[in-house]
Structure formats: C-alpha cells, structure tokens
Write a protein that binds this ligand. Structure first.
Ligand SMILES: [Zn+2]
Length: 221
C-alpha cells in the first residue's frame, strides 16, 4: 500500500511507498535522508502552522526556495491556509507564504501538498489556473468543496481522522483518491484502506491498487 502523506521518522518495513511532506526548513534534511530509500519521496514546504512573523518571512522563503532548488522534491508542501486557532494569528503571513510556494511550484512545474482547514474557498481562489495539481491531504469535507477541488486538478486524501465521514469518502472520484496516515503512524494505513473500501463498497485490494497508481501518477514516482 502507498501512503500519500506520512510524517515518518524512519522507513517502515512494510509498504510500497510513502510521500514524506516537509513542514519547515528544519524538517527538510530528515525528509531528504528518508528519501534515499527508493520507496520514499519527499516534499519541501512551509506548513501554515509554522510560518514565521512577517519580518522573518522573506528570508525564510528564500532559504526554502534554495532548499527546493537544491533537493528537487517530488512536490511543494505542506502549504496552504488554516483558519483554526492554532494558525489564526498569522493570517497575512500564511497567505504570503502560500502564494510564494504556489509561485515556486509553477516555476518548477511541481504539484502541491495542500493543508487546508476551514479555508477551501480562499485556497482555491489562489489556485485558479494552477496547472500542476496536487493533493489536499486529510480531506474531511465539506462535501460541497469536493467538486471544486477535483475541477482544479487536485487529489483528495483520506486520513485516520476522516474515516467516519463515509459519504465524503464514497464521493471522491476513483482516479483522484489517495490514502494517508499523516502523523498517526504508518502502521495504521491498512486500517484507513479497510475503512475506505467499506465506505465505497469495494475490496481493500482495489483501494490499495487505485490509490497507489494515483499517487505514482501525481508525484511521478
Ligand atoms: Zn501532515
């Protein structure tokens, strides 16, 4: 099974592939080290929770861009917008960081790993005409945003947190479906696959096969 979004500390023994997202500059070296394993691909990005104060943002974005140029990740991210309490005070910085990372992804023709909480409209607004697609990780709705994300060329990824949302899980088009463990631990991927299979009325093997081929197509791996 292919885990489309896993915050790994080491490479698990069982599994066919993992996308390890970046969350800030400090996380990039570990992700790069993990990606020496041919089954692992790394992203590099600045997660909305970790955007610095506005005064430090230009310097951080420059370092981020240098790391991306040097390491050529499979995707840019995690990036996006988060309007929950944890990230709220940095609204302006989040927007600037997101826009800068979209520009880098455009220039390097890379997909995006999107972290989006209560900001789907605002994220999509900035992604109009973005040609390289990406994934919305940990997608738990709202249902009415599913169509716009698909239309914009994005894949939707189900994590352990979304397993009860059966109508959302069932509504994602097969060719855009991904599964992930995020920070829950990579050993939980079979549980995610089983719940997704049950919600969609198909076999676990089928979910494993389509989500792996989707991830390999999106991340060119
Ligand atoms: Zn994550």
């Amino acid at each position: 099974m292919f885990d489309a979004h896993a915050h790994l500390e080491s490479v698990p023994e069982v599994g066919t592939g993992w996308i390890v997202p970046g969350v800030d500059l400090d996380s990039a070296p570990l992700a790069a080290r993990l990606a020496q394993d041919p089954r692992v691909e790394a992203g590099i990005g600045l997660h909305p929770w970790y955007v610095p104060p506005v005064a430090d943002l230009p310097a951080q974005l420059e370092l981020l861009e240098q790391a991306i140029e040097a390491r050529r990740p499979c995707a840019i991210g995690e990036t996006g917008l988060d309007r929950t309490w944890r990230a709220k005070p940095r609204k302006r910085e989040q927007r600037a960081a997101f826009e800068a990372q979209i520009a880098i992804a455009r220039r390097l023709e890379l997909p995006l790993i999107i972290h989006c909480v209560r900001a789907h409209g605002a994220c999509l607004e900035r992604l109009a005409d973005f040609p390289h697609g990406g994934m919305v990780h940990d997608f738990g709705g709202p249902m009415e945003m599913l169509g716009p994300w698909v239309e914009a060329g994005f894949y939707l990824s189900i994590s352990t947190r979304n397993l009860g949302l059966e109508s959302v899980v069932a509504a994602i088009p097969s060719e855009r479906l991904l599964i992930e463990t995020d920070d829950a631990g990579p050993e939980r991927l079979p549980e995610v696959a089983a719940a997704v299979a049950a919600a969609r009325g198909v076999s676990v093997e089928e979910i494993a096969a389509i989500t792996e081929s989707n991830a390999r197509r999106l991340f060119s791996c």
